[in-house]
Design a protein around this ligand. Sequence first.
Ligand code: APR
Length: 308
Amino acid sequence: MNRKVTVIGSGNVGATAARSIADKELADVVVLDILEGVPQGKGLDILEACPVEGSDARVLGTNDYADTAGSDVVVITAGLARKPGMSRDDLLRKNYEITRGVTEQVMEHSPDCVIIPVTNPLDAMAQVVYRVSGLPRERVIGMAGVLDSSRMRTFIAEALDVSVENTHAFVLGGHGDTMVPLPRYSTVAGIPITELLDAAAVEAIVQRTAQGGAEIVKLLGTGSAYYAPGSSVVEMVEAILKDKKKILPCSVFLQGEYGIRDLFVGVPVKLGARGVEQVVEITLAPDEAAALRKSADAVRELVTTIGV
Ligand code: APR
C-alpha cells in the first residue's frame, strides 16, 4: 500500500510542499483547503506534472476530510497571514481557531498520523495541535528549525564561497525574533564557522538568519516565504517516511530537556518512522542557554495568551 501524506492548506507553502512530495514520489498526496476549486485545481495541476517528473504519486485536491483518511503524515499550513490593522494577538487567536478546527477534523480520519504544524506563530500552533489532537509528543513535530538552519547554511556558504553541501547549521529556540542560531555548532566540512570567519562576519550571519523571514516578506511586498519552507517540510516528511533517523532541528514538546517543561521549542531531534525518536541534548554555553530561555519565554507568553 502506498504511503499517504495530507497537506492542509493549498496556499503557497502547502502547494509547494505537495508538489515536491509528489515529484519525489514519497507518497500519495491529498491537498485540502476550505476554498472551493483551488485545492482541486492545484492538485490536478501537480498530478499532471507527474508524468514529466516520472512520478506515479496519486494527487488529489479536496474540501472533504474523508479523503484524508488513513494519512501517515499530515502537514498543517492552513492559516491567515497578518493583514493591515490586525494585531499580533488578533492573528494568534484567528490561527488558533483555524488550527484547532483543522486538528479535530484530521484526527477523526487519521488517528495514528504524525502531524507537522507549519502555521505561524509556529511553536504556539504546534502546542495547539498537540493539546487538541491528544497524540503522543513524538507525533507532533513543528517545522521551523530546518528552515532557519537552511537560511543560515545559505549565508555561510555565501560568506565562505563553499558548497552548501559542506555546510551544517544549528538554530534553536522559538521560530521568531528570539531564535538562537548557534555558530559554535555551525560548521563547514566539520570546522566551526567561528574558526573560519571573524566575529563581525559571524554576527552578520546570525542576525540575517534571525531576520530571514522578515527579509523575504519585505522583498515580496505581499505574502511570506514559501519555497524554502516547502522544501523544509519535505525534508521532515522524507525523514519520517523513510525512517532515516535524521537529526534535524524541530519544534517539539519539551519535558525537562534543556531545562524547559511543557512547551514547544526548537531543539535537535532524531526523526524516524515513529516521529521524534530522540531529543538530542547538547551542552550550551551560559549565554546560549540564556538566549534559549529567553526564546522559550516568548513562546510561553503566546501559549498563555491562548490558554494551551
Ligand atoms: N481549513 C483549511 N484551509 C484553510 C483554513 C481552514 N480552516 N483557513 C485557511 N485555510 C487556507 C487558505 O484558504 C489558504 O489557501 O490556508 C491557506 C494558506 O495559504 P497562504 O495564505 O498562501 O499562506 P502560506 O504562505 O501558504 O502560509 C501558510 O505557513 O509559513 C506559515 O506564516 C505562514 O502561517 C502561514 C502558513
